[in-house]
Design a protein around this ligand. Structure first.
Ligand code: FES
Length: 361
């Protein structure tokens, strides 16, 4: 039977369905309670039951002791309500609330979705989960001590596997490794979550996403999160995605945003090709992706923009949207790139122009 749960001190209220743990129900309803392992071992989800009773579930006895239970403490990843509850827990509101971890992971699946793009699915050890905000990234830790940054492309609620979109570059050592030698079951290490590019949910302004190439990855995470929350909270925030690539072959998994457009009337997908080939048989938008936004909007004064991808595109979008379309400076969000000399491969591709040097966060 469903029970009502009230979180203190925020006074947020959600419903737990039969058999759901407090944490499962909170996450399903879009409330980010802190968690780590999700199996009663780490204690990150520990909080207080102020009113009501729970089944404490199976957990590590050292993580939640008998004395703590008597004092009203519970592990919300294991506890299922036996009545309506008032609980005390902090809620994750910003990245400062999320613990950065260094974790091993296993390559679960490699999918070559375009000639130059590989989707890697990573599996964490059974006792671990990664809490992150949609749009954040992880650093893959290489044996030589270097790091490669990749955005997480899955949404936080869908955290069984972590998904990365990797672009191949000539001379990119990690990308080359991914495309030539990496195998399923390989072990990697990473640090994360990192970054400040995430969805700001405290606004109801319509959003324009501008992505180039594999800059689509964090946008996918943000959009899947937004659709998930919308189903629960009924938000009608309008969202449009402009996704720029050079050719049709570079636009990997276009059917996914196409499907979102069919399923969500508050979402529009506008694919843009900068160098469509005769064989692409392309009737859609052409040119630079940020220029397509400029053509479609006389004013961006009432919008938020999230831009991710090639540094040149992000810079041009920032400059032109704020100077020529009235976008308030504080409503432009982008992933911060720096260009590092050498042959490193960075997190995102540049669908517009090939980098002469690697890109790194
Ligand atoms: S999340 Fe680790 S004990 Fe609950």
């Amino acid at each position: 039977m469903p029970y009502q749960i009230t979180i203190n001190p925020s006074n947020h209220v959600f419903i737990a369905e039969s058999g759901e743990t407090v944490l499962q129900a909170a996450l399903r309803e879009g409330f980010a309670l802190p968690y780590g392992c999700r199996n009663g071992a780490c204690g990150t989800c520990k909080g207080k039951i102020i009113q009501g009773t729970v089944d404490f579930g199976s957990h590590n006895e050292d993580t939640l002791t008998e004395m703590e239970k008597r004092a009203g403490m519970a592990l919300f990843c294991c506890a299922t309500p036996l009545s309506d509850l008032v609980i005390e827990s902090r809620e994750i509101g910003a990245m400062k609330d999320i613990k950065i971890k260094t974790l091993p992971c296993r390559v679960h699946k490699l999918e070559r979705v375009a000639p130059g793009v590989m989707i890697i699915s990573l599996k964490l050890p059974a006792s671990e989960r990664l809490q992150f905000l949609p749009g954040q990234y992880i650093d893959i830790l290489m044996k030589d001590g270097k790091r490669r940054s990749f955005s997480l492309a899955n949404a936080p609620h869908d955290d069984e596997l972590l998904q990365l979109h990797v672009r191949n570059y000539p001379g990119g050592t990690f990308a080359e490794h991914v495309f030539t030698r990496m195998k399923e079951k390989d072990i990697l290490r990473f640090e994360g979550p990192l970054g400040t590019f995430f969805l700001h949910e405290d606004s109801d302004k319509p959003i324009i996403f501008v992505a180039s190439g594999t800059g689509f990855a964090p946008v996918k995470s943000i959009l899947e999160h937004a659709f998930y929350i919308r189903n629960i909270q009924g938000s009608e925030r309008q969202m449009v995605l402009y996704w720029g690539n050079r050719t049709r072959a570079d636009m990997y998994i276009p059917e996914l945003p196409g499907l979102w457009q069919q399923e969500h009337e508050n979402f529009t997908f506008i694919p843009v090709l900068s160098e469509a080939l005769p064989g692409d048989d392309w009737n859609g938008r052409t040119g630079l992706v940020h220029a397509a936004v400029m053509q479609d909007f006389d004013s961006l004064a009432g919008y938020q923009v999230y831009a991710c991808g090639a540094p040149g595109m992000v810079e041009a979008a920032h400059r032109d949207f704020t100077r020529h379309r009235g976008l308030p400076e504080e409503e432009f969000f982008s992933d911060a790139f720096t260009v590092s000399s050498g042959s490193t491969t960075g997190s995102f591709d540049t669908s517009g122009e090939p980098p002469e040097v690697g890109l790194q966060k």
